[in-house]
Every structure is written in structure tokens, then in C-alpha cells.
Design a protein around this ligand. Structure first.
Ligand code: 0O2
Length: 233
């Protein structure tokens, strides 16, 4: 190999390396703020989960019953964030994600009875570091497909080493029956290649109504049982 060939090969290699380093620096530069934002959402989500855990502990001591069956948390996946940003026509930047999406951090609280949902929502919204941004009551006004839950978008502060940051968290409160309906409806509706079916839609609405009637019936039974205990101490 001629000395010029060796020289030009080395130069090409060097330029290629430089290009790769630049690309990786650019990728790193844009990924870092996204990772930071996600970690802030994770902290806010943990704060809200802790608030519900504290309420659950306190209420079970006070009333000898825990109104919270379970608490689940989730951070929206990058694919899901991207899909929603594109669907809503928002620019795909970290600032725009923070400004436009309010459900990146999600806390789902599964309650025993419908009245527990409203009691817990009132308790959390009464706390002075919580601000209500938006409330959607899909229990009083169920979605056309039968979906029921109480959705709250709340703002909560997280305390970082040198400043405080206000983060939004979506809280979904539901009963056990609203939760099983939503989980199974999601599985049925998102089955690959499912064509529109009036039959499935009608059946799902009917199942949701049956679940709602059972919730009301169980709550009535629970109230009767409580009264019976009070009358026969
Ligand atoms: P995931 O996996 O829970 O994140 P959008 O409907 O997303 O365009 P918006 O206003 O955020 O806009 O919706 P909304 O009505 O407040 O509800 C958002 C979330 O509620 C959904 O999140 C679901 O978790 C739940 N949800 C709402 N409607 C239904 C429904 O018909 N069936 C079921 N199973 N869940 C529902 P994601 O982002 O869809 O999913």
C-alpha cells in the first residue's frame, strides 16, 4: 500500500470516529433532559403513592376497614408518549411533553366501594401541597363504551437538591369491578385484527352496567352490615 493510501485511510477512519462521537454527543444531549424529566415524574408518582398509602394506614386504624384494595403506579412508555404526541399534533420535544401531556405519571387506586372513591379524592385534594388541575368524573358520566373511573390531574411539588419542581400526576380511582371491566375491555378491544362489532360493543356496555349495579348492591349490603353491628354492639 502506498504511503498516500495509508494516510487517506487513517484520515477517513479519524473523520468517521469524529462523526460518531458527534452523533453520540448529540444523542446524549437530547436524551439526558428526557431521562431527567422521567425521573422527576417517577418521584412525583412515588410521592402520590405514599400519600395514598398513608391515608390507607390511617383510615384502616380509624374505621377498622381499609377502603383501598390496591395501588398501582406506572410511567407512560416512550412509545406511548410518542404515539400520543403525534396523535395530538404536539412537537416532539422534552418541553412540549412536559407542557402538553398530563398523564406521564399515573397512580391507580382501587377502592372497595364507590363512596370510598369520592372520600379518598376529597382527602387527597384537601392536602395543602396538592393542586387540582382537572377532574373527569367517568362514574357520574360514564364514557359511551361503558368505561367508569374518577380521573384527577393533580400537581404536586417534588423537592430536588437545590429547587422545588411542580409535577403533574394522573390519579385514576375505581372500584374492583370498574377495574376488572377496564382491564378486560382493553384486552378485548385491542385484540389484533378485530373488526368493528356492534355485538361486542353492546355486550361491553351491558357488562359495565352490571358491574355498576353490583357495586351499588355491595355497598348497600356493607351499609346494612355496619348498621347491624352498631345496633348490636
Ligand atoms: P394507559 O396504558 O393507561 O396509559 P386520550 O384518550 O389519551 O386521548 P385523555 O384526555 O388523556 O386523552 O384521556 P382520558 O379520558 O382522561 O383517559 C386516559 C386513560 O384512562 C387511559 O390511558 C386509560 O388508562 C383510561 N381509559 C380511558 N378510557 C378508557 C376506556 O375506554 N377503556 C379503558 N380500558 N381504559 C380507558 P391510556 O393512555 O389510553 O393508556
Amino acid at each position: 500500500m502506498e504511503i498516500e493510501d495509508i494516510y487517506s485511510k487513517l484520515t477517513a477512519n479519524f473523520l468517521e470516529q469524529l462523526k460518531n462521537q458527534k452523533i453520540s454527543a448529540i444523542v446524549k444531549k437530547s436524551i439526558q433532559p428526557y431521562k431527567e424529566l422521567m425521573s422527576y415524574y417517577k418521584c412525583a408518582m412515588m410521592e402520590v403513592e405514599t400519600k395514598f398509602t398513608v391515608l390507607s394506614e390511617e383510615l384502616s386504624m380509624q374505621y377498622d376497614r381499609n377502603p383501598i384494595e390496591s395501588i398501582r403506579t406506572r410511567l407512560k412508555s416512550p412509545e406511548s408518549i410518542r404515539e400520543k404526541m403525534v396523535r395530538k399534533g404536539y412537537p416532539l420535544t422534552v418541553d412540549s411533553i412536559e407542557k402538553n401531556l398530563h398523564d406521564i405519571a399515573g397512580v391507580r387506586v382501587i377502592c372497595s366501594f364507590p363512596s370510598d372513591i369520592y372520600a379518598l379524592a376529597d382527602s387527597i385534594l384537601d392536602q395543602d401541597d396538592i393542586k387540582l388541575i382537572e377532574k373527569k368524573d367517568y362514574i357520574k358520566n360514564p364514557k359511551a363504551n361503558g368505561y367508569r373511573s374518577l380521573h384527577l390531574i393533580i400537581e404536586i411539588p417534588i423537592f430536588l437538591h437545590d429547587h422545588k419542581k411542580l409535577m403533574k400526576v394522573e390519579v385514576q380511582l375505581r372500584t374492583i369491578s370498574m377495574d376488572w371491566w377496564a382491564s378486560l375491555e382493553h384486552k378485548i378491544r385491542y385484540k389484533k385484527g378485530l373488526p368493528n362489532s356492534d355485538f361486542i360493543e353492546k355486550e361491553l356496555i351491558e357488562c359495565a352496567e352490571m358491574g355498576s349495579a353490583m357495586d351499588a348492591r355491595m355497598e348497600r349490603l356493607h351499609n346494612i352490615a355496619t348498621e347491624l353491628i352498631e345496633e348490636n354492639p
